[in-house]
Every structure is written in structure tokens, then in C-alpha cells.
Design a protein around this ligand. Structure first.
Ligand code: GDG
Length: 467
């Protein structure tokens, strides 16, 4: 079989037992690469005064990692800049937070070029290359310009925004045109795929040749929806681990006679944390009789601290959580625990298991793996209820969760009330349907489906061009 080269901005396989790395992409890629003879290429996480292009190769957590250092300015312009101050907010519909700065765009192109130059010598003729996420959209174009002819696929982990949002990006056509150098572009959901197609049709004189094939910029491109999953088997094993059990017992002991509502998110404005806090506050206000029956735990490890918008939201969340406890706490009881600590994954599994309600209410989210992890961690005989935003990609696959509009504090409060009061029979029925999906559409299925679509013989893949 040909070798799979996975490329993403950061290469951070879980370090082993503790598995501390936070972020959906890292978890998924490590799981996707662990079996098989792949290589994971990307940034080492280190900076040097000058770019050397030197490769560091090591085996981490069962995965061969090939990494390269970047310059400080690269980090500023490419990672903190174009990726996290321009593309991330825009693709999550936060045009108000998006910064457009020519230097960011230049840094983005430069790093993609540097990645291509460092990666190209590693590539052998039969290798299949799979590039991940918004940091690296133009990487195939750069590789092609160096003569790389291999099959190259791209997967976008975040939403593809509506056409009217996308055109706020200066030089958006250039970015999208570069996507036509891939052999396959994958999205989390059919909606994002459609939004992409709509963009191509209206902005690039494009056309849908047949389902899954789009013509634009004078080229033909295969596109598809490949919803990402979790390593459900590994998660099931982890839930039974001594650490997970200990954590569950600890949580149960500290919430005696109360129902635990739990949220776990990177501290990011796309995750709807402020709105969720307001929804919980509303629940407490509207349900005095239930107040002492519940306790909400929000785990939110800080991320992207160099970006101002993340510092600001952190300040607002500190204020809100203080206000909720100030308003409702009693001498012997506080309703809300808000922690910015990072926990081990097995500990998280135990926390999910102890919860009656999992609350996952992003304003926009490519998929959201926490929703799937929560489901995977439940006790089949007495499962908790998932409250899920309809704006998470996961909502499409999880219709038996309680779906809410995360912007509405009323809807969130009502869903919390319903989840807390839900009879066991209904909980089991809803959970079983969710669990079957999480188990079936796991990370292995995601990888296999994508790689199969990318590696089908070209004659079979390319439809006759219908003009
Ligand atoms: C992007 C897209 C898409 C969280 N806190 C801790 C911790 N986590 C882990 C969770 C989960 C992961 O981080 C978060 O994944 P999400 O999918 O929820 O979100 P993003 O990081 O924004 O991921 C997203 C994903 O890519 C994959 O395609 O689903 O839409 O935005 O695994 O458990 N892990 C540990 N300690 C924590 O405190 N160890």
C-alpha cells in the first residue's frame, strides 16, 4: 500500500499515557495515523531566529512525526495573523472580529511555500498526501509548483461560510482558486460542501458537473462531505480506566443529590460560552425549585492567548461566572464551577460519565467532537442527555440530541430543564441512537472514506467533462 503523508499546522501526537494535547484535529489525526505506516508533517511548535528548513524526525505516541521550526514573524503573521485573526473568525461568521492585514496574507503565503519546500524532498512517487485545515489551503498549489504530481487531498475541519460571508475576505478568489490544485476537497457536512459549490458557481463562472464534481477556474475538482468521528473504541476503553472511574467517583461525591451539567470546550468565542452561561443563569432564575438540584461544571482550557479576542472573551467569562455565583450561591452551595485547567482525556471521560447533561452549544462549529465523546462515555443503562447546538456540524448526525439555538438563552434554559427532568426510558432511547452513530461513523471510517475517495483510480474518478 502507498504511504500516507498527513500534513497539518501543528504536529502534536498525544504524548502517551497522559494524552494532554487539546484540540479536535490533533486527536483525530493521531488516531488516524496510529495504524499504518504514515508520516505526520508540520510545524514543531518551536521558533528560531531564521528559517532553516531543517527536518526533525521522531516517533511520538506510535506516530512518525516530521517537523520543521518556523520564525517568530511566521508565527505572528501566519498563525496568529492570517489563520487565527482572519480566516478563523470569518469562517465562523465573526466578520466583526476578522482582521485584514496585508502582512498576514504575505506571511501565510510564505509559510505555505516553506512547508512545501521542506516537504517536497520527503515525497515518494506512490505517496498519498492529505493536508488539513485552514492554515494550509494553498499548500497543494505550492507543491504543484515544485513538480509534485502525487494525489493530494484537503480536509477543512471548520465550517465553509456562506457566499456572502466569504466575499468579505480580500483576495478570496485567489484562495479558492488554489483549492483547485487538490484532487479532492472534503468538508465536514453537505451544507459546507454546498456553500463551497455555490461560491464557485457565482464567483468563478463555475458549474456542478455532477454530484461531487465542480468545475471552476477552468478546472475540475472532486468535493465531498466526510463527517469526522472520534476513536470510539479507545474512548470506551478509557471510560473503564481506573483514572476515569476515580474522576467519576470524585465528581459524584462532590455533587451528591444534584444533577451535574457539564460543558468542555477550548476557550474560544465560537463555542458559545457566554451565551451558554446566560442560558444557565436564565434556567436558575426561572426554576427556583430546581436550583439546588443542579450544578454546572464548565471546563474551558485557554487557547490562542496571543490573540486579543481570546483575552477579551476570557475576561467576560470570568465576570459572568462570578455574577452567576454571586447571585445564586448560598453558604453551603454554589451552582457554577468554571475552570480553565486542562484535564487528561481519561479524566474527562470520567467527568462526562458522571454528568446527567452534556451541554455543547457552539455558535458555529465545523463538527464538534466533545458532543461525540460525551455520548461515548455514558452508562448505557442510565445515560445522560446531550443538549446540542443546531449550528454544530454534529447536529446533522445527532438528531436525537436536544437541539437548540445557542443564541437564545430561553431555548438553552428550556432544554436544560427538559434534560434534567427526562425519564430514563426516553434518555436511553435517544442516547442509543446517538451512540450507534458515534460507534459506526468513527475516526477510522472518516479516514478510510476520505482516503478511498482520494485514491480511486483517476480514470474511474474523473467524469467526462460536461460543458
Ligand atoms: C476543530 C473544529 C472539529 C477539550 N478540553 C480538554 C480537551 N479537549 C479536547 C476535547 C476534544 C477536543 O479537545 C476539542 O475538539 P472539538 O471538535 O470540540 O473542537 P476544536 O478544537 O475547535 O476542533 C471542530 C474538530 O476540529 C475536528 O475536525 O470537530 O469543529 O473547530 O477532543 O476532548 N482535551 C484534554 N483536556 C482538556 O481539558 N485532554
Amino acid at each position: 500500500m502507498s504511504r500516507l503523508i498527513v500534513v497539518s499546522n501543528r504536529v502534536n501526537p498525544p504524548s502517551g499515557e497522559g494524552e494532554e494535547s487539546v484540540g479536535g484535529l490533533a486527536m483525530a489525526l493521531a488516531a488516524a495515523l496510529r495504524e499504518g505506516s504514515g508520516v505526520w508533517f508540520g510545524w514543531s511548535g518551536k521558533t528560531t531566529p531564521e528559517f532553516s528548513g531543517q527536518l526533525h524526525i521522531q516517533t511520538m505516541g506510535g506516530v512518525t512525526a516530521a517537523t520543521v521550526d518556523l520564525e517568530e514573524i511566521d508565527l505572528e503573521e501566519y498563525y496568529n495573523g492570517y489563520a487565527n485573526k482572519t480566516l478563523w473568525p470569518l469562517f465562523h461568521y465573526r466578520i466583526d472580529l476578522a482582521a485584514f492585514d496585508r502582512a498576514f496574507g504575505e506571511g501565510y503565503s510564505r509559510v505555505n511555500r516553506r512547508f512545501a519546500q521542506t516537504l517536497a524532498p520527503l515525497i515518494e512517487p506512490d505517496d498519498v498526501i492529505w493536508i488539513h485545515d485552514y492554515h494550509l489551503i494553498p499548500l497543494a498549489r505550492e507543491l504543484r509548483s515544485l513538480g509534485v504530481k502525487n494525489r493530494i487531498g484537503f480536509f477543512l475541519h471548520i465550517p465553509w461560510p456562506a457566499h456572502q460571508v466569504m466575499i468579505n475576505l480580500p483576495r478570496h478568489r485567489e484562495l479558492v482558486a488554489a483549492m483547485f490544485d487538490y484532487d479532492l476537497v472534503g468538508f465536514q457536512t453537505a451544507e459546507y460542501q454546498q456553500a463551497f459549490e455555490e461560491y464557485v458557481v457565482s464567483e468563478a463562472e463555475g458549474a456542478l458537473v455532477r454530484p461531487g464534481w465542480v468545475r471552476g477556474f477552468g478546472r475540475l475538482l472532486q468535493v465531498g462531505a466526510f463527517p469526522i468521528g472520534i476513536d470510539a473504541e479507545d474512548f470506551a476503553r478509557m471510560v473503564k480506566s481506573p483514572r476515569a472511574r476515580r474522576m467519576r467517583d470524585l465528581m459524584s461525591a462532590s455533587t451528591v443529590f444534584r444533577r451535574l451539567i457539564v460543558g468542555v470546550d477550548r476557550l474560544d468565542y465560537s463555542k458559545g460560552l457566554e451565551e451558554r452561561f446566560l442560558g444557565f443563569e436564565r434556567f436558575l432564575t426561572e426554576n427556583p425549585d430546581l436550583r439546588r438540584e443542579v450544578l454546572m461544571l464548565q471546563i474551558a482550557p485557554v487557547s490562542r492567548e496571543a490573540v486579543e479576542a481570546y483575552q477579551e472573551i476570557r475576561g467576560r467569562l470570568d465576570g459572568l461566572s462570578g455574577r452567576i455565583n454571586g447571585e445564586f450561591a448560598d453558604v453551603d452551595w454554589t451552582p457554577f464551577r468554571y475552570v480553565n485547567k486542562t484535564y487528561r482525556r481519561d479524566e474527562l471521560a470520567g467527568i462526562y460519565r458522571a454528568a446527567r447533561v452534556g451541554v455543547v452549544t457552539p455558535l458555529r462549529d465545523g463538527m464538534n467532537l466533545v458532543a461525540k465523546e460525551f455520548v461515548a462515555a455514558q452508562d448505557p443503562a442510565d445515560p445522560g442527555v446531550l443538549v446540542l447546538s443546531r449550528f454544530a456540524g454534529a447536529a446533522r448526525q445527532m438528531p436525537t440530541a436536544l437541539l437548540v439555538n445557542p443564541n437564545s438563552a430561553e431555548e438553552v434554559a428550556d432544554a436544560l430543564k427538559r434534560a434534567i427532568g427526562m425519564e430514563k426510558a426516553e434518555r436511553i432511547e435517544r442516547w442509543q441512537a446517538l451512540f450507534d452513530g458515534v460507534e459506526r461513523d468513527d475516526v477510522t471510517a472518516w479516514r478510510d472514506n476520505f482516503v478511498a475517495a482520494l485514491t480511486e483510480p483517476r480514470e474511474v474518478r474523473r467524469p467526462a467533462l460536461v460543458v
